[in-house]
Design a protein around this ligand. Structure first.
Ligand code: ASP
Length: 333
C-alpha cells in the first residue's frame, strides 16, 4: 500500500529544542540548540511507517522570535512546495508553541493548497524525559496524510487532538494538554488505530479565501491594547503615533475598553485607524452589531481572541479599508 507523502517544514521551537539533560524542562531554550528538521525527523524512527517524509528546512528559531514577515514566507513556501510536487498528500509545519496559534491562523487565511496543512509543536524539548514531540510529529503526519483532513483549513495537532486553527489557543504554560478550543471543542483525534473526525469548521478557511498575499511585501501594522482597571490613553496614543493602521482592543468582558481608552480609540477610528473590539474573557462572542460598537466605529471580533483578530485585520487591510468590507470579513472568517 502506498504511504501518504508528507512534507515537513521545520521552524524550530521546543519540539526541536535540546536541553542540557533529560530533566531540563525550563531553561532548555538558553542552550540555543535547535535540531534542523532532518535531525528532528531522524529522532522519530517510526515516521517512515506512517508516511513518506520530505524534509523542508526553514529557520531554527523560537516562535517568540518569528515575525509577520515569516508568516508571509511560510505561506509562499507551502504554496511552492505543493505546486512543485503534485504527489504530496499533506504538509506539516513544526513550530514553537508560543505563537503557534498565530501562524496557524495566518496560514488558515492565506495558503492556497488543497492538501491538509497541519501545525505541530511540543511542550517538552526533545531531550526531556517524557518528551511529547515525537508522538505529536507522528500524529501530525498521520493527520496531514489523511484524506478526511482535506477541506478543514489549517489544523493544529498536539496531545492526540485535532483542532481548527481559527479557534484553538494555548491555555497552559507547561501542561501537554495546553491547546484547547474553548466553546467549540476539538475536531477529532489522532488515535493509534486511526485518525477520526467528528465535526468540521464552518467559517471560511484555506484554500477558499479571498486573501492572496503572494505580492504582499509587508503586512500593515496592527497593535493590541489590553484593558485593565484604570487604563489610560497612553498605549493607544503611542501605537497611533507609531503608525498603526489598526488596533485590537482586548477589552473587559463582554467587550469594552476603559473609558479613557475608548475616547482615544474613537479618536483613532475617526482618523482612519481600523479598531477591532475583542474581549479578554477568552470565550463567547463580542457582538459585532452592538449599538455602542457601531456608534464608536469599531468592528466586533466575534469569537476571535485578540491575537487572532489582529491577524484577520492585518490580512483584511491588505485588501481593503472599506468599513463595510472589513465588517463582512469579520462575519465570514
Ligand atoms: N519558546 C518556545 C517557542 O515557542 C515554546 C515552545 O515551543 O513550546 O518557540
Amino acid at each position: 500500500m502506498r504511504l501518504p507523502k508528507v512534507a515537513i517544514i521545520g521552524t524550530g521551537g521546543t519540539i526541536s529544542g535540546v536541553g542540557r539533560d533529560s530533566l531540563d524542562f525550563y531553561e532548555y531554550s538558553t542552550s540555543g540548540r535547535f535540531m534542523r528538521v532532518d535531525e528532528l525527523i531522524a529522532t522519530v524512527p517510526e515516521l517512515p511507517r506512517v508516511a513518506d517524509i520530505v524534509p523542508v528546512p526553514y529557520n531554527n528559531i523560537a516562535s517568540t522570535d518569528l515575525q509577520p514577515s515569516d508568516w508571509l514566507k511560510l505561506t509562499t513556501i507551502i504554496n511552492e512546495t505543493v505546486a512543485a510536487d503534485p504527489t504530496l498528500d499533506g504538509v506539516v509545519l513544526t513550530h514553537g508553541t508560543a505563537t503557534l496559534e498565530e501562524t496557524a491562523y495566518f496560514l488558515n487565511l492565506t495558503v492556497k493548497v488543497s492538501v491538509p496543512v497541519v501545525v505541530v509543536g511540543a511542550m517538552r524539548p526533545s531531550s526531556a524525559l517524557g518528551a511529547d514531540g515525537g508522538l505529536n510529529l507522528l500524529n501530525a503526519c498521520r493527520v496531514a496524510g489523511s484524506p478526511q483532513a482535506r477541506g478543514m483549513g489549517v489544523l493544529v495537532v498536539l496531545n492526540d487532538e485535532i483542532n481548527a486553527a481559527r479557534d484553538v489557543m494555548k491555555t497552559s504554560n507547561y501542561r501537554v494538554q495546553t491547546f484547547v478550543t474553548p466553546d467549540f471543542g476539538i475536531l477529532g483525534y489522532a488515535d493509534p488505530d486511526r485518525v477520526v473526525f467528528y465535526r468540521r469548521p464552518l467559517r471560511r478557511c484555506a484554500p477558499d479565501t479571498e486573501f492572496d498575499v503572494s505580492g504582499v511585501a509587508a503586512l500593515p501594522r496592527v497593535d493590541i491594547i489590553p484593558a485593565y482597571a484604570g487604563a489610560d490613553a497612553t498605549m493607544v496614543e503611542a501605537v497611533v503615533a507609531a503608525g498603526a493602521k489598526g488596533i485590537v482592543s482586548v477589552g473587559f468582558p463582554s467587550g469594552s475598553p476603559s473609558p479613557a481608552q475608548k475616547k482615544a480609540l474613537e479618536q483613532a477610528a475617526k482618523t482612519g485607524v481600523a479598531v477591532v473590539q475583542s474581549s479578554r474573557a477568552g470565550s463567547g462572542r463580542v457582538v459585532p452589531s452592538k449599538e455602542s460598537l457601531l456608534a464608536a466605529g469599531f468592528y466586533g471580533a466575534d469569537t476571535l481572541t485578540g491575537q487572532k483578530a489582529r491577524i484577520l485585520l492585518m490580512v483584511a487591510l491588505t485588501r481593503t479599508s472599506d468599513p463595510a468590507e472589513i465588517r463582512r470579513i469579520f462575519e465570514e472568517y
